[in-house]
Design a protein around this ligand. Structure first.
Ligand SMILES: Cc1cc2nc3c(=O)[nH]c(=O)nc-3n(C[C@H](O)[C@H](O)[C@H](O)COP(=O)(O)O)c2cc1C
Length: 198
C-alpha cells in the first residue's frame, strides 16, 4: 500500500497541496486542474456550470484567473453577481478541490492587457466569434471566426480576464485508511483552516 502523503495529518500542508495542484494545472494541459468547472449564479438564482481553462493560480494572493468573452452568460453573471466557485477532481491524486469566492471581470485594464498579450493566437480568435456566444443560430455552422493573425487585435474588445478571489477552500482527500477533508476560510491576510468530517 502507498505511503500516506505528507499533508495527510498536516493542515497547512494540505492547503499548500491544494494550491500546488492548482498552480501545476496552469501549465500542464493533462492535469485535471487545467480545466476546472466554473460555477456562477444567474439573475434568477440558478446555478450555472461550465468548463474553463485555468490561466493563473497565485497561492500568496489566493487568486485564480481564467479568461472569457465579455458577451457570454458567465461574464454577465459575474458582472451582476460576482459569486463564483471552481471545482476539480484529480482522480490520480485522489483529491477534490473546491474554491469559492468573488470573481471580477477585467476588460480594459492592465490585468486584461497582460492576459491578452500572453494569450496564443489560436485562443485570441475565439473572442472574435460572431454572433456573440450563446446567440441562437439558424444552422450549426451559421457563425464566423476571424482568421488567425498574430498582429490582429480582433477579439480584444470581447476579451475578459476574470480573477477569482478565493474566500473558502474545501479539500477532500480520499484514502481507504481514512479520508481527510479540510475547510479553509480567508481571515485577513491569512487562512483559518479546520478539519471537517468527510
Ligand atoms: C475543454 C474546454 C475548455 C473551455 N475553456 C473555456 C475558457 O477558458 N473560457 C470560456 O469562457 N469558455 C471555455 N469553454 C467553453 C465553456 O465551457 C462554455 O461552453 C462557454 O464559455 C459558454 O458558457 P456560458 O454560456 O456559461 O458563458 C471551454 C470548454 C471546454 C469544453
Amino acid at each position: 500500500m502507498d505511503a500516506l502523503p505528507s499533508f495527510y495529518d498536516y493542515l497547512d500542508g494540505f492547503r499548500a497541496e491544494g494550491w500546488r495542484r492548482l498552480t501545476e494545472g496552469v501549465g500542464h494541459g493533462h492535469s485535471p486542474c487545467h480545466m476546472p468547472s466554473l460555477a456562477t449564479v444567474d439573475a434568477a438564482g440558478r446555478p450555472r456550470l461550465r468548463t474553463v481553462v485555468l490561466r493563473a493560480a497565485e497561492a500568496g494572493a489566493g487568486t485564480l484567473r481564467f479568461h472569457c468573452d465579455r458577451r457570454s452568460d458567465k461574464a454577465r453573471e459575474i458582472a451582476e453577481n460576482g459569486l463564483a466557485a471552481l471545482h476539480v477532481y484529480d482522480r490520480q491524486a485522489k483529491l477534490q478541490i473546491r474554491v469559492e469566492g468573488w470573481a471580477r471581470l477585467h476588460h480594459d485594464d492592465a490585468v486584461a492587457d497582460a492576459a491578452w498579450a500572453a494569450a496564443r493566437t489560436m485562443s485570441r480568435v475565439c473572442y472574435g466569434v460572431e454572433p456573440a456566444p450563446g446567440t441562437a443560430l439558424a444552422a450549426g455552422d451559421a457563425y464566423t471566426m476571424p482568421e488567425e493573425d498574430p498582429e490582429a487585435r480582433i477579439g480584444r474588445e470581447n476579451f475578459c480576464a476574470v480573477v477569482l478571489n478565493a474566500e473558502r477552500i474545501d479539500l477532500l482527500y480520499l484514502d481507504r485508511r481514512g479520508h481527510r477533508r479540510a475547510v479553509f476560510c480567508r481571515e485577513g491576510e491569512g487562512w483559518m483552516g479546520t478539519w471537517v468530517a468527510p
